[in-house]
Design a protein around this ligand. Structure first.
Ligand code: 13P
Ligand code: SF4
Length: 338
């Protein structure tokens, strides 16, 4: 049977609709070598979040949390930034680097938390709270960033909130769990937008309590996107980078990890002798895998580097409006030494 030749132009024209390039890859290729070759040939850098699949983390030039990735993207002199993460992360890189090509292996890699805060509805919410400044967690769209005064990440949220006068009224969006946690540790009473992450709300408190009972020597580490009852019993709460550092340096040998499972790859590399137990979700599902993060694959990463698509493109007015609140975060982070 004869193979029908691929209509490559047709495939390229489908990227806008499908969100990624879907063409066959020569199975004899070593994708790790090919990606390294393309990096050099195109002066490209691959940035990956800790929730990406292990192969992607292993080919990345830099792996980090949202703050680290944004800081790296701001200072890179590469011509092409290949962002192995979700859309808001690649969009942040584009906002900071308008003249560079920013690629995302699959444009469908969104974020449930970002989706929980539509800009027109948030603009109305803002109007109902005059006199408040808006601090938004970086997990939001450019439209929300444009409506915000300061962006924060889970690494710097506490320090940024603490840096504002005690009587400053604040709206915190979009994550109600992170917002409530920051209210608790800073003693503030920020108005919270009612958004949440589908992955971090799925953990079963009951199963975690049972796990703690059967592993009394294990410490529970959690991302602040988890719900309050879980955070209350955690031994350590922090961003992905902060959790990694804690597990590496703490004398405990066993940890129950309440965040997306992708982090276990670097965690085990950084702390090879330690026992890591992923926190169990409510059902017997793999719902503590972020379905958005996991849309990126090594194959899609290779294709997007080779053909330089899909690319993040932005309206310039929106980019400039969104950049103000990110610049403010970068400025405060530099002042606060994070
Ligand atoms: P970090 O900034 O802690 O890596 O968190 C990003 C994220 O999407 C968590 O769900
Ligand atoms: Fe968004 Fe949650 Fe996935 Fe993080 S884990 S990218 S907050 S959906």
């Amino acid at each position: 049977m004869m193979n029908t030749p691929i209509d490559f132009d047709e495939k390229l024209s489908q990227v806008g609709r499908r969100g990624f390039l879907d063409v066959p890859i020569d199975p004899t290729l070593d994708l790790f070598d090919e990606i390294e070759r393309l990096k050099k040939e195109k002066n490209a850098v691959v940035l990956a979040h800790y929730y990406q699949e292990p192969d992607i983390q292993d080919v990345a030039d830099y792996i980090g949390d949202s703050l680290g990735l944004a800081q790296y993207a701001e200072k890179t002199d590469a011509d092409i930034i290949v962002f192995a993460g979700v859309h808001f992360m690649a969009e942040t890189a584009k906002i900071l680097n308008p003249t560079k090509k920013v690629l995302l292996p699959d444009l469908n890699a969104g974020c449930s938390l970002s989706d929980s805060c539509p800009p027109p509805v948030f603009a109305e919410f803002k109007k109902q709270h005059p006199g408040h400044i808006v601090i938004s967690y970086v997990n939001c769209s450019a439209g929300i960033k444009a409506l915000s005064d300061i962006i924060c990440t889970s690494s710097n949220a506490k320090l940024i909130v603490d840096s504002l006068p005690a009587d400053q009224k604040i709206i915190f969006a979009p994550d109600k769990n992170l917002g409530a946690y920051i209210n608790k540790v800073t003693g503030r009473n920020m108005v919270l937008w009612d958004g949440a992450c589908m992955v971090h709300e799925i953990f079963s408190l009951e199963k975690i309590i049972k796990l703690k009972e059967s592993h009394p020597d294990a410490k529970l580490v959690a991302h602040p996107e988890c719900e309050e009852p879980l955070l209350k019993i955690a031994d350590f709460v922090g961003s992905t980078t902060q959790i990694l550092k804690f597990v590496e340096t703490d004398p405990a040998q066993k940890f129950i990890v309440a965040t997306e499972t992708g982090i276990l790859h670097q965690m085990q590399k950084n702390a090879p002798g330690k026992t890591l137990i992923p926190a169990p979700p409510e059902n017997n599902c793999a719902c503590n895998d972020c379905p958005h993060m996991k849309l990126n694959t090594l194959e899609k990463l290779y294709l997007c580097m080779k053909y330089e698509t899909p690319e993040i493109l932005m309206d310039e007015t929106l980019r400039l409006q969104a950049k103000r609140s990110i610049d403010k975060m970068m400025e405060l982070s530099a002042q606060l030494g994070i």
